[in-house]
Write a protein that binds this ligand. Structure first.
Ligand code: ATP
Ligand code: MG
Length: 277
């Protein structure tokens, strides 16, 4: 039996190969535009929404509709903001002007790599910036002066790893920078619990089976920024993800693993990652 990590051209080749190398379950990398040689049982979508032949005969991990839902970054952040899991967010300038909150970040609804990120600390700037987009083409979100920022990888409602972002300058608006290698590993016992809970909650609303949630922190508050369905990986982090994928294959299911308690890292960690602890 074989399985695939499906990736798209220009995105995810290295992560897909790293996961394949670390897996003990014959997970092969599959480029979405290449012909399928064999029929896989499990298909793990690495950020791609391309068609899967006979998809009803396979276990598809991360449905297309869930990837679309979270890649509309503005709409998903607004949804999470309504649930108090993200900074206050508005999709409409008219609505925003009725009850403005300043400073804010204005961005197009879809974005990546910290591009097109506009900080505005007065109302006329917000208006001018939003008017550069068509109605519904932007979002406005409250600027949080962060103390820290994390990326949390969640699979089946459990955490595989947490990294802490290390910005060159803490005054920078974006601490995105994961692919520059400017991040550090957070040991299990040091996982900030409010951050981990935020990420797990966000993932439960995303309907994704796995994803890496960017979470910013101010004091005792944690706010999501976005969910990455094809995050940057080093071999160690890919190895942890391979464990969660192997676990799904062994159990024959990608179902969420219920949380029995929610007090310490032991209650949140993915069981396969925790093995050997
Ligand atoms: N409302 C906010 N308040 C403070 N900082 C924010 C806010 N929104 C975004 N940021 C900063 O901008 C960075 C990039 O935003 P986000 O992760 O949503 O989008 P991206 O550009 O698609 O991501 P990436 O840079 O991770 O590829 C975040 O990591 C965070 O540091
Ligand atoms: Mg991000």
């Amino acid at each position: 039996m074989m399985h695939v990590v499906l990736y798209r051209p220009n995105l995810g080749k290295r992560p897909a190969h790293l996961i394949s190398e670390a897996s003990k379950k014959n997970i092969q990398p599959q480029l979405s535009t290449d012909p399928w040689k064999e029929k896989p049982e499990f298909v793990f979508r690495w950020g791609t929404t391309s068609d899967i032949p006979d998809s009803d005969k396979r276990v598809v991990v991360n449905f297309t509709k869930s990837i679309y839902k979270t890649s509309d970054k503005g709409a998903f952040r607004k949804k999470m903001s309504d649930m108090k899991l993200a900074p206050r967010t508005s999709l409409s300038l008219v609505e925003f002007c009725k009850d403005p909150f300043i400073p804010v970040i204005v961005r197009p609804r879809g974005h990546q790599r910290s591009e097109n990120l506009f900080f505005c600390d007065n109302l006329s700037d917000v208006v001018a910036r939003c008017q550069k987009y068509h109605e519904g083409g932007y979002y406005i979100s409250e600027y949080i002066e962060k103390d820290s920022e994390y990326r949390v990888f969640v699979a089946q409602g459990r955490v595989a790893w947490v990294i802490k972002k290390l910005p060159v300058d803490k005054k920078e608006i974006s601490w995105g920078c994961v692919s520059d290698g400017s991040f550090e590993y957070v040991a299990w016992g040091d996982w900030p619990i409010h951050v981990v809970k935020n990420a797990i909650n966000v993932m439960s609303h995303s309907t994704l089976d796995f994803g890496a949630v960017d979470v910013i922190v101010k004091g005792d508050k944690a706010y999501m920024c976005e969910v990455n369905t094809a995050p940057y990986l080093t071999p160690y982090y890919a190895g942890c993800i391979a464990k969660t994928f192997d676990y799904m294959i062994s159990k024959g299911s990608k179902d969420r693993i219920p949380l029995e308690d929610n007090k310490t890292w032991k209650d949140f960690i993915h069981p396969e990652v925790a093995k050997g602890a």
